[in-house]
Design a protein around this ligand. Structure first.
Ligand SMILES: [Zn+2]
Length: 261
C-alpha cells in the first residue's frame, strides 16, 4: 500500500513539473469526472447501459424525421426511464473537488483549454474558462442549421419556436446518438489540440469519438499525454504519466503540487 501511495505521489510531482514546463496545455474530461457529482456513467458495470440496455443509436435521425412528435413527447414527459434518470441526476448535480481543482490550476495559467464530453455544464459552473463542450450543454437549445445557441430553463412547456437567426429547427444542445458534433465545437477542439504540447485526459474511457480521436491526433502531433483515471484505458500505454485514482482525489493534490512549485 505504501509503495502504491509513493508511486502516486511521485507521479503527481512529475505531472506538476511537466504541466509547468509545457507551453500549451489542454485538459479533456469524460463522464468519470462527474461521477462524484452524482451523475451516472453510460458505460461500466454500474453504468446506465448495463442497467437499462444500450439505447438505439439513431436518435438524431428519428428526431429529424419527425421533430414535431419528438417535441410533443418531450413536453408530455414521455421519455424513457434511462433518459429521465440521467436528467434528474444532472439537474441536481453541483461541481465537485475535481472541477474546482481544474479551475484553480487554470487560474495559475497552466491550462489553456478544457474539452469536455459531458453535457452537465459543471466546468463552466465551477468557473473555468475556454471550455469546449463537444457534446453540448444541458442548459442550452441549439439550431440544427446555423448552430446558434439559446439558453433555456428546464423543463420546457412549449415547443421551441424556429431559430430567430435563420428559421432553422431547434433541438436541445446536447448531442444525440447519431448526431454529428456541432461544426464550431469540432473546429475549436481540433484547433486547441493542434496547438497543445500536453494533453491531460481525465475520467474518459478514450473509446468514444471524437474525443478518442482527438487524443490520438495530439499524440501523433508530438504532444505528451497524462491520464487521470481509476482504470486502465486504451490510451494508458501511450501516456507519459498515469495518475491512477479518482479525479476528486488526484486533481486537488495536483493543484497543490503545481501551486507549490
Ligand atoms: Zn439557425
Amino acid at each position: 500500500m505504501t509503495n502504491k501511495l509513493d508511486k502516486i505521489k511521485s507521479n503527481i510531482v512529475k505531472s506538476a513539473e511537466l504541466i509547468s514546463k509545457s507551453k500549451k496545455v489542454v485538459l479533456m474530461t469524460g463522464a468519470g469526472i462527474s461521477v462524484d457529482s452524482g451523475i451516472p456513467t453510460f458505460q461500466g458495470t454500474e453504468g446506465l447501459w448495463a442497467r437499462f440496455g444500450k439505447p438505439k443509436m439513431n436518435a438524431f435521425s428519428e428526431f429529424i424525421k419527425n421533430k414535431d412528435s419528438w417535441w410533443d413527447r418531450e413536453i408530455n414527459h414521455q421519455r424513457s426511464p434511462y433518459v429521465m434518470e440521467l436528467r434528474r441526476a444532472i439537474e441536481k448535480a453541483k461541481p465537485n473537488d475535481a472541477h474546482y481543482a481544474i479551475c484553480d490550476i487554470q487560474k495559475l495559467g497552466k491550462i489553456n483549454h478544457i474539452i469536455t464530453q459531458n453535457i452537465d455544464g459543471l466546468h463552466i459552473e465551477s468557473g473555468s474558462k475556454n471550455v469546449i463542450e463537444i457534446h453540448g450543454n444541458r442548459n442550452y437549445l441549439r439550431c440544427v442549421d446555423c448552430e446558434n445557441r439559446y439558453r433555456f430553463s428546464s423543463p420546457i412547456f412549449e415547443k421551441p419556436l424556429p431559430c430567430s437567426n435563420c428559421g432553422g429547427v431547434i433541438k436541445y444542445d446536447s448531442v444525440m446518438f447519431g448526431e454529428p458534433i456541432p461544426k464550431l465545437m469540432l473546429k475549436n477542439s481540433k484547433n486547441a489540440i493542434k496547438e497543445c504540447d500536453l494533453l491531460i485526459i481525465v475520467g474518459s474511457s478514450s473509446t468514444v469519438r471524437p474525443a478518442a480521436g482527438l487524443s490520438w491526433i495530439a499524440k501523433s502531433d508530438g504532444a505528451k499525454l497524462i491520464e487521470v483515471n481509476i482504470n486502465d484505458t486504451k490510451l494508458s500505454s501511450e501516456c507519459e504519466i498515469i495518475l491512477r485514482g479518482s479525479s476528486t482525489d488526484i486533481l486537488p493534490k495536483l493543484y497543490k503540487e503545481i501551486s507549490s512549485l
